[in-house]
Design a protein around this ligand. Sequence first.
Ligand code: SPD
Length: 369
Amino acid sequence: MKALGKKLAGKTLLALSVAGMMAGAVHADDKVLHVYNWSDYIAPDTIANFEKESGIRVVYDVFDSNETLEAKLLAGKSGYDVVVPSNNFLAKQIKAGVYQELDTSKLPNWKNLNQDLLKAVSVSDPGNKHAFPYMWGSIGIGYNPEKVKAALGVDTIDSWDVLLKPENIAKLKGCGVSFLDSPTEMLPVALHYLGLPTDSQKKDDIKKAEELFLKIRPSITYFHSSKYISDLANGNICVAVGYSGDVQQAKSRAAEAGDKVKVSYAIPKEGAGSFFDMVAIPKDAENVEGAYKFMTFLQKPEVMAGITNAVRFPNGNAAATPLVEKDITSDPGIYPPADVQAKLYAIADLPAATQRELTRSWTKIKSGK
Ligand code: SPD
């Protein structure tokens, strides 16, 4: 009896300690935060600094298109606690019930945000209830002036003509041309160039944009939304339609690698698309408390200034601007002056049917048929 009693007691103890370990594991999960952000969109030390300050371990994953993020969010149980959609996608996702409302009493640094920007993005999120602006930028042309000069005879690009006129882009084909792989950002480039509304829902308009792209398709080397950064930096391509800060990162990387390759960025005179990327918490996030701590950290001026200094996109934190390096705030490709800003159009929040139409069109363009 005694021996059996000892055995049972042993089992009970074992069961208790397993239960204890499991409780510990649950507790440990509270100390993990899953963040899903755009690639090349954070300073090298941001996550490590947050982990040190909060004691929370961060699992940090990246994407390079809104479409990828959206597919995960709409499928549900993405496993992410903090995500960074662009504001035009955010609007639709809010309507689909993807995000939780923010409790701003848990965000003491909210006051640092740029009020004008908050107002501008409230078009997608009335009352700024679900998200705050992280970074913004334009969609323009990154290029290698030496290679462009060799191909076209000019070393400055200032117009979409260079890419959208078949006779011009054909001359650049030999040195490599990349386009963003994003129907919602690229088709508006053609619509705008053709003088059509960039948010057109008319099939005829989309068809016209498609036809324009099909004419230049043979001269496009590839479609990708992040690879062009290293390819521009190491001279593997000579022109890329890309995000402003990403092109600037290519420029910095080229300079760090010995300055043999030069990279420039143009917001074409006809105008260009602009975007605002937003920080939000999915409704089914598991570590909501950690998400608020991370958001609070991101709203510190010195943290956001550090990120802008690294990734070269302007941020949504007004208090951070004086802390950003002067060569960045004075670069018109990064912080466009008012007359250039006036030519930027916002990437629209389109109904699902139009978005599908754009995706169908884009698939045709990419396949060249
Ligand atoms: N490498 C970071 C790029 C961020 C771009 N966000 C773009 C959103 C476009 N709508």
